[in-house]
Design a protein around this ligand. Structure first.
Ligand code: ADP
Length: 284
């Protein structure tokens, strides 16, 4: 569980309580989540890390409202995920960027903005929190793309871009919708290490200004620590522990080699290792 800052008394932005999820795979039950709690306060960057199959994506899908829990509850700003999604409070960046190949980079970022505006006219007034979150940078797709290092390719088609550029376009598109909560499912997993580090720092640069509440799924300990306020360690469908990251912000690449960085990475690695050994001991 991610604790609220002491004395904040604020309702968590993302609030998952006692979530359980069991899939049926060829008639056999597969437990994806067992009594998972996750409370993410407003404006925090929280990463969820764990080995393949531990339930990270399932947790994200529950928060996104793409699936419901078998037991337990999920709330976003007090709303059900379905209602929050309908109100465009939730942004999602998947592992593959899913850009429209016939539109250029700028067009891809603007297209959902247009769809949203048309939808908003039909849906009526936007709830107050979404308006309060508005920010100049998020409202300016071109500025967002420049901040993400895409100023030279605004009019290129997705097919002309590298994987890293495509993924940053998808991230710009998600921020441009000005969600209350941004869910990111391993957006940099397909990138080489150097490209990945650059993309992480550009994401942080934008986030530092917008302070959108983020839940970020990753396999990488370094990525989780560099980006996050809190790292949630999952193992076999449960939360094995959390690490609060006290590295100062804004974060810089020089911090990657610092003793404090390594100390945080070590704590995450230890939690993962303890959980792995505990699960191996209790396996039938
Ligand atoms: P992670 O994202 O950590 O790799 P997932 O959340 O994708 O893990 O999966 C957790 C477990 O649930 C895994 O054992 C996976 O095989 C299983 N699972 C996920 N989705 C389904 C599904 N639609 N049907 C059956 N099993 C699933």
């Amino acid at each position: 569980m991610v604790e609220q800052p002491a004395g904040s008394g604020e309702q968590p932005f993302v609030d998952v309580r006692d979530a359980c999820k069991v899939y049926q795979d060829g008639g056999h039950p597969v437990t994806a989540l067992r009594h998972v709690d996750l409370q993410v306060p407003r404006g925090r960057f929280v990463s969820v890390i764990g080995p393949s199959g531990c339930g990270k994506s399932t947790l994200l899908r529950l928060v996104a409202g793409l699936e419901g829990p078998d037991r337990g509850e999920v709330r976003i700003c007090g709303e059900t995920p379905a209602r929050a999604t309908e109100r465009k409070m939730v942004g999602f960046v998947p592992q593959t960027p899913a850009l429209l190949p016939w539109l250029d980079v700028l067009g891809n970022v603007r297209v959902l903005e247009k769809v949203n505006r048309a939808g908003a006219r039909r849906r009526g007034p936007v709830p107050a929190p979404a308006v309060a979150e508005r920010c100049d940078l998020a409202g300016d797709p071109e500025a967002l793309l420049r901040r993400l290092g895409l100023g030279d390719v605004l009019h290129a088609r997705p097919g002309q871009l590298s994987g890293g550029m495509q993924q940053r376009t998808a991230i710009a598109r998600a921020f441009a919708l000005q969600p209350q909560v941004l869910l990111m499912d391993e957006p940099f997993s397909a990138l080489d290490e150097f490209t990945r580090e650059a993309a992480q720092l550009q994401l942080l640069d934008v986030w530092q200004e917008l302070r959108t509440t983020v839940v970020f799924v990753t396999h990488s300990i370094t990525e989780a620590v560099l980006l996050s306020d809190t790292v949630v360690v999952m193992a076999a469908g449960r939360v094995a522990g959390t690490v609060e990251v006290s590295l100062p912000r804004p974060r810089r690449s020089a911090q990657l080699d610092s003793g404090a960085m390594h100390e945080h990475e070590h704590r995450v690695r230890e939690l993962l290792s303890h959980a792995w050994h505990a699960d191996a001991r209790s396996a039938p």
